[in-house]
Design a protein around this ligand. Structure first.
Ligand code: R5P
Length: 300
């Protein structure tokens, strides 16, 4: 089956790496802005009759990258692409997945609908935010096949290898992150837990690991996103106060707003390890092999 990989302007390097992993052609695009801010897109290659993988993360300027994605996908269909396979390594708008206040837009639903109606035939996402919308429900929202990939095993392996972790325990900073902690822990044969608010008395509440004692332990804290760093800093603080010997932090999507990285290091983490779903100073792990593996299984 003929497969090519195209990189949108947010993910050209990652798309190039995926094409290399798969040993398939990389298709470039010309993108620029008109003086009034509108986007211009041109596909630089022959895509007729081909299955085209479009890699475009939604980081930093999600609206702009989304619009570019729509233009690319629609152009590909006009140019005779057989199938458009959307790879959105960092899927923004996933956190507003329900109406918290009356009148709010459910952004995840809107964006998913637009991605689909632009002409995407199937969608690959990496560690998409999960609070209320479970994978199956997201798939229902999309109506097209959605493939969920995870970087947690690679992040955990990287942490163990590069920081020589000794009998580590993996912790999620909140209940939702237990899902990620479990995957990471199972990869490296470690115990896992998550931080939970526990009521001590009528007047006292503490946040601590639900079941494990971290005193004297080497701890890997994992989460899907580090944005302002607030969640991670709070977790590092609690784990340190619990007597942990070492703390390493890891996340799939290093959004890293403002001084998030500095705050995390000052809080006492030896390092923050992230992936290249969002290029950043901590993108030590590439998701290219993970995405390529999944595409290879299905298309090559
Ligand atoms: C939230 O539910 C996510 O899993 C992350 O914990 C959150 O997005 C991190 O945000 P911040 O770094 O701003 O605390």
């Amino acid at each position: 089956m003929s497969l090519v990989v195209l990189g949108g302007s947010s993910s050209r390097t990652l798309a190039f790496k995926i094409a290399k992993e798969l040993n398939v052609e990389f298709v470039g695009t010309e993108t620029r802005k008109f003086p009034d801010g509108e986007k211009y897109v041109r596909i630089l290659g022959d895509v007729s009759g081909k299955n085209v993988v479009v890699v475009q993360s939604m980081y930093h300027r999600p609206d702009e990258y989304l619009m570019e994605y729509f233009l690319i996908v629609d152009a590909l269909k006009d140019l005779g692409a057989k199938k458009v396979i959307g790879v959105i390594p960092y899927f923004a708008y996933a956190r507003q997945d329900q109406r918290f206040k009356p009148g709010e837009a459910i952004s995840l639903k809107t964006v998913t609908k637009l991605i689909e109606s632009a002409g995407t035939d199937e969608l690959y996402v990496v560690d998409v935010h999960r609070h209320r919308v479970e994978e199956a429900e997201f798939s229902k929202l999309a109506k097209i096949p959605v493939f969920y990939l995870t970087a947690m095993p690679e992040l955990a392996k990287y942490a163990v290898k590069h920081f020589n972790l000794d009998n580590p325990v993996v912790i999620g900073p909140d209940a939702e992150a237990e899902f990620w902690a479990k995957i990471a822990a199972e990869t490296i044969g470690a115990e896992y837990d998550y931080l939970e608010k526990q009521r001590i008395s009528d007047r006292e509440v503490v946040i601590k690991p639900k079941k494990l004692n971290v005193k004297g332990r080497e701890v890997l804290i994992v989460d899907d996103i580090v944005s302002t760093g607030g969640t991670m800093v709070r977790a590092i603080d609690i784990i340190k106060k619990g007597g942990a010997k070492r703390v390493i932090s890891a996340c799939t999507h290093p959004v890293l707003v403002e001084d998030a990285l500095t705050k995390i290091l000052l809080a006492g983490a030896e390092a923050l390890i992230g992936t290249d779903t969002i290029p950043s100073p901590v993108s030590f792990v590439s998701v290219a092999p993970i995405i390529a593996r999944s595409l290879r299984e299905r298309y090559l």
